[in-house]
Design a protein around this ligand. Structure first.
Ligand code: ATP
Length: 211
């Protein structure tokens, strides 16, 4: 049995309670040694974030400061150009040769995987743990379904035994919160209280972010 390191990448524009709760569900279910939240610098598949990477990172740091299992990792901010997950996993693999890595990914992002740069390479470095997102009706592309054949794990024990290459579908809390909705609320002058950690809302409010 090897220690499992969780990797949760995202735009986190801003980080919200659903990100944090589903990450904790995974950390508990998989008995993860640590879970790293990695904000992207320049997202390859999304519009430029409305708040720069340093501010999104500051929000993340405030969000996780009371959770010892979570750690914010700034490696994508230290790279220029688009933040490709394949490069991120490659650098984590080099830094932690003895750990098993698992990449957390929501169903919406998972179904978009065939559009990612060098996506097949991800499973060379890590396992993928797919989290069901509420009201996500998009079908799995045929290419992905084919790729999944023979890779699906039945439980966490398999991820602890094998270093990388498996896909596990894990039930998580169903929280219908999205960063898009939060940005729209803030732009209308609305409150984000109870949708993000109090310290995150305080920082957004006092710095006039997302107005
Ligand atoms: P946006 O609305 O701007 O697209 P988002 O809320 O989807 O943002 P991201 O930072 O893009 O947040 O998401 C990072 C990861 O978290 C992705 O894998 C995404 O699928 C997952 N995720 C985001 N919200 C949820 C949620 N409510 N439940 C489960 N997974 C989620």
């Amino acid at each position: 049995m090897s220690a499992l390191l969780g990797i949760f990448g995202g735009t986190f524009d801003p980080v919200h309670n659903a990100h944090l709760r589903v990450a904790l569900d995974i950390a508990e279910a998989g008995r993860l040694e640590e879970l790293r939240l990695i904000p992207c610098h320049i997202p390859p598949h999304k519009a430029t974030p409305s708040v720069d990477a340093r501010q999104r990172m500051a929000l993340l740091r405030l969000a996780v400061r009371d959770e010892p299992l979570f750690r914010v990792d700034d490696r994508e901010l230290r790279r220029d150009g688009p933040s490709y997950t394949a490069d991120t996993l490659r650098s984590l693999r080099a830094e932690f040769p003895d750990r098993h890595l698992c990449l957390l990914i929501g169903t919406d992002s998972f179904h978009g995987l065939p559009g990612w740069s060098r996506w097949r390479e991800l499973a060379e470095h890590a396992h993928l743990v797919v989290m069901q997102r509420p009201n996500h009706g998009v079908e799995m592309p045929g290419e992905l379904e084919q790729w999944l054949q023979g890779r699906q794990a039945r439980g966490w024990d398999e991820l602890h035994r094998q270093a990388a290459g498996l896909v596990l579908f894990q039930q998580v809390a169903q929280l219908e919160i999205s960063a898009t909705d939060l940005r729209e609320r803030a732009a209308r002058g609305g409150s984000l209280r109870y949708l993000v950690p109090d310290a995150v809302w305080e920082h957004i409010r006092t710095n006039g972010l997302y107005r």
